[in-house]
Design a protein around this ligand. Structure first.
Ligand SMILES: *Cc1c(COP(=O)(O)O)cnc(C)c1O
Length: 378
């Protein structure tokens, strides 16, 4: 392989482990942790992230797709893996051959897995998801008696977990979260009337971990908090560290007079003699085109604004007010850098999105570079 251009995403695994410890501290030692590594660990790289978390003794991983689980197994990950998405027809076999745990929310999938288990003379641990108000996936609470009866007929599926998912936990004061907790607690009581509860009872995403204590639950499901971003702007004062830094270097500098248009459409026109730096990163790398004339980067400890349209492979920034900029200077587009931090929340606000999407969209042609530098106190 030839060496790549200087654009890269640095992933600080020490920060990841620090965040895991903060989550454990908040959730309490008696609760297990299911770490979400779906969507390539929110763009951070599922395999290196899962390896680092496995070494810390995380109890389970969560992925969205069976194929994401298969990729983790191929990389040697041994920890149980819960597949939160649906078991699509044709995927049944993978759950047995790669030891994946399905999350069930429709009986049709349950029956297909039961048939596969029977054929293999095997059993399969499953989790069942109940809809308590998200209206996405999950068995309807009203239908629970019938569902439990139908699942009892699937004698090769062992219910190892029960879960639900919050719709508005990112708004900590929203009482609907309590409505969902109460609904889930009632469901647990109903199940307990038939027999013991499954081994894992879980409800909390990152936002709920940091805003609710739910005595009935013994496992938590953090995602975004592991990566050091906030579930929403309502959460302040958390000791979470950004895991990803998106960086590049100044590739070219141009001094142009006042009245010059910059980049496609000349959406930026210099108001004064200006120094414009070209950065080798663009929307194909996940540097959102909506950052045109809006984004800011850190260079030489100062903020410099994006000048004009973000291109597919290039972005120009106005460095007129940054003394001494040279070709090869490091530029921070996301995360902590000299002189400050471009938070995922800040970037998300500029493009009317959330931190999650910013991370997920950092494209595959941006290499992830893993560091464990900043020693974390044990
Ligand atoms: C993605 C996901 C989570 C994690 O959510 P965060 O807000 O990132 O903590 C938890 N549970 C389910 C079902 C999910 O799909």
């Amino acid at each position: 392989m030839i060496s790549h251009r200087p654009t890269r995403a640095e992933i600080d695994l020490a920060a990841l482990i620090h965040n895991l410890r903060e989550i454990r501290r908040q959730a309490g030692a008696m609760r297990s942790v299911l770490a979400l590594v779906k969507a390539d660990a929110y763009g951070h790289g599922a395999v290196p992230v899962a390896r680092a978390l496995e070494a810390e003794g995380v109890d389970m991983f969560g992925v969205a797709l069976a194929e994401e689980g298969v990729a983790l197994r191929a990389a040697g990950i041994q920890t149980p893996i819960l597949v939160l998405g649906r078991v699509f027809p044709g995927q049944e076999e993978a759950f047995f051959t790669h030891r994946l745990t399905p999350c069930l929310f429709d009986l049709e999938s349950a029956r297909r897995l039961q048939a596969e288990a029977k054929q293999r003379a095997a059993t399969l641990d499953v989790h069942i998801e109940i809809d308590t108000g998200m209206a996405r996936v999950g068995f309807s609470a009203d239908d629970l008696e019938n569902v439990l009866q139908a699942l009892r007929a699937c004698d090769r599926l062992r219910i190892e977990g029960i879960l639900s998912h919050f719709a508005v936990a990112d708004e900590p004061d929203n009482p609907f979260t309590d409505t969902q907790i109460n609904g889930f607690t009632e469901i647990l009581a109903l199940i307990e009337a038939h027999g013991p509860l499954p081994r894992h009872v879980h409800l909390s995403n990152s936002a709920a971990i940091f805003s609710r204590d739910i005595p009935a639950c013994n496992l938590v499901r953090p995602g975004i908090a592991l990566y050091g971003a906030l579930p929403s702007a309502h959460f302040t004062g958390l000791d979470l560290r950004p895991v990803m830094r998106l960086v590049t270097e100044v590739a070219l500098i141009r001094d142009i007079p006042a009245g010059c248009g910059v980049s496609y459409g000349h959406r930026f026109v210099t108001a004064r003699p200006s120094r414009i730096a070209a950065l080798p990163i663009g929307y194909a790398d996940g540097y959102n085109r909506l950052l045109t004339n809006r984004g800011e980067v850190l260079v030489r400890g100062l903020r410099a604004p994006v000048a004009g349209t973000v291109c597919m492979d290039w972005t120009m920034v106005d460095v007129t007010d940054v003394p001494g900029v040279e070709v090869g200077d490091e530029v921070t587009l996301l995360g902590p850098g000299p002189g400050g931090c471009i938070s995922a929340e800040e970037w998300a606000q500029e493009v009317n999105s959330i931190s999650y999407e910013i991370f997920c969209r950092i494209g595959p042609r941006v290499p992830r570079i893993y560091t464990r530098e900043k020693g974390v106190s044990a």
